[in-house]
Design a protein around this ligand. Structure first.
Ligand SMILES: [Ca+2]
Length: 218
């Protein structure tokens, strides 16, 4: 695997400055696979991932095999590093009515909640899945994930030689990307609060609320 749902290995190498001689592609790809699951659970705990169970899906206007989730982006809920049909379950009825599973062909576009069933279906269709409250293609989200990957990769490298001694002098190497990740996460949380406030109230041109200078940034 050279790509995660959120960023490519090339991006992580470019930001972290870690070459293939320090961490091979195989080693880095193992860390990135793990990073997706860990990052999702961090986002889940600290920022907010919602879970829907047996939510009624919306039909597509043109294609009866295509159904749409009401919440999106759909996330990688089984933590295997990819968003696939394994990350959503579809049924022909709500739970209380003893539903039967409907086969899913693909999560065609997780960012907009587009799902393709294995066969045409006249509905209704119900779905259980997890989604992110944050837009997973926003620059802040992607940057946060890339810094998280860089942090994990550098942890792996520094674990081999975190402190170097020469005679009486000892030099400790520090994982700078942990700080960058924490900063970006704070920024992401700040922008989420902003969008939640923004979606719940009507803006007033006289209001100075949105000029609040300490909204985030660290
Ligand atoms: Ca998955």
């Amino acid at each position: 695997m050279t790509a995660t749902p959120y960023a490519t290995m090339a991006t992580v190498r470019a930001i972290s400055g870690i070459s293939t001689s320090e961490l091979s592609d195989d080693e880095m790809s193992g860390i990135l696979s793990l990073a997706v699951g860990l990052f999702n659970s961090e986002v889940n705990i600290e920022i907010g991932t919602g879970m829907q169970e047996f939510e009624e899906m919306e039909p597509d206007d043109d294609n009866s095999a295509i159904w749409w989730t009401k919440h999106y982006p759909i996330v990688d809920s089984d933590g295997d590093g990819a968003i696939t049909s394994a990350d959503i379950s579809c049924y022909d009825a709500p739970r209380r009515e003893g539903p039967t599973s409907i086969d899913v062909s693909a999560v065609t576009d997780p960012k907009i909640g587009k799902v393709t069933l294995a066969a045409a279906n006249n509905g209704p269709v119900y779905a259980s899945y997890s989604y992110s409250i944050l837009p997973i293609d926003s620059q802040t989200f992607i940057s946060c994930f890339v810094f998280y990957c860089a942090y994990l990769c550098w942890d792996r490298l520094l674990a081999l030689a975190e402190s170097v001694s020469m005679g009486n002098m000892s030099v400790t190497r520090r994982n700078y990307f942990k700080d960058r990740y924490d900063q970006m996460k704070s920024k992401m949380m700040g922008s989420m609060s902003f969008s939640m406030v923004n979606s719940n109230i009507r803006m007033d041109s006289d209001s100075d609320y949105f000029d609040d200078p300490d909204a985030e940034e660290g």
